[in-house]
Write a protein that binds this ligand. Structure first.
Ligand code: SF4
Length: 290
């Protein structure tokens, strides 16, 4: 088999329905991805989205017994099989996290909270049976990559509180901080007030990072107004006592699979750094990947 590269996020690379491995360039190790949207359905349509045949919608019913079997089996393979040696480049042979991500919005799954309970159970049981030398790293995180749009739901918030007990981290999408910007980039009519409310809820439930994709559209980087809107939004949060862990600022890593793809391009590292420096002045850590 070919080794996985840091740009290989093929959901089928482990030939499973829900579980897929990713070598994360951001985290420097293997992330065990859980895709709750094998139907490629999301309630947003970000113009940089890399999901093939993306459709509007929600996650299908999740077969929890299949998911549990796949998660147990894949973690056992990572710990005791030859997957790390044969598929993962040297230097990235460690398990970083279990990440709820995939081909749509994970919190749209009706079973979201039960999925978190399932992860907790599997982690606990594997930790209790370190039967052949290797065990799960204690620091292994449970990460939720979300557009945040459904975090007003009480059952999703319950899932986030459970995640917090599993070294949880929420990566909350904030690409633009104006209604017009979100309409343009995320193709959603969500209001900034709703984003703010949902973000405050996320921060109250679980350590939360902002994840921000910054790229050029028709050759033009985000405007000074886009930057100012973003900084004003974040500084308003901070002055009201709602502090995210920091900002994950990145540019396009792989080509968009949306119709706008030919209009999008990566931003140079210096451009990201200049914006990162402005964010950092607010007192938030910024991790940049370009
Ligand atoms: S929120 Fe994520 S999955 Fe949904 S359209 Fe945007 S990038 Fe794609």
């Amino acid at each position: 088999m070919n080794p996985l590269s840091t740009t290989d996020h093929d959901r089928d690379s482990a030939a499973l329905r829900y579980i897929y491995p990713v070598v994360s360039r951001r985290a420097g190790g293997v992330s065990v991805g859980i895709n709750l949207n094998p139907n490629n359905a999301c309630n947003w349509r970000c113009i940089y989205c890399q999901v093939p045949n993306l459709t509007r919608g929600t996650a299908p019913a999740i077969d929890l017994s299949v998911l549990e079997k796949e998660l147990r089996g894949f973690l056992a393979e990572l710990l005791h099989g030859d997957f790390m040696q044969t598929r993962v480049p040297e230097g990235a042979r460690r398990i970083n996290d279990i990440a709820l991500s995939g081909n749509g919005e994970p919190t749209s799954a009706a079973e979201f909270t039960r999925v978190i309970e399932l992860i907790a159970r599997v982690r606990r049981e594997i930790a209790l049976r370190p039967d052949s030398g290797q065990a799960l790293p204690e620091a292994m995180k449970t990460v939720l990559i979300t557009n945040g749009s459904l975090l007003h739901r009480s059952e999703v918030q319950r899932g986030l509180r459970d995640m917090a007990r599993l070294n949880g981290e929420v990566w909350f999408k904030l690409d633009r901080a104006s209604a017009a910007g979100m309409q343009l980039v995320n193709d959603t009519k969500t209001s900034i007030d709703k984003v703010r409310d949902n973000l405050i809820a996320a921060i109250a439930c679980c350590p939360t990072w902002l994840q921000t994709c910054w790229f050029a559209l028709d050759g033009a980087p985000p405007s000074r107004q886009d930057e100012d809107d973003y900084l004003e939004f974040v500084s308003g949060l901070l002055s009201d006592g709602h502090k995210p862990q920091g900002v994950l600022l990145y540019t396009l890593a792989r080509p968009s699979l949306q119709a706008e793809a030919p209009r999008l391009s990566k931003l140079p590292a210096e451009h990201l750094k200049t914006f990162a420096d402005r964010i950092a002045k607010l007192g938030l850590p910024v991790k940049v990947s370009s």
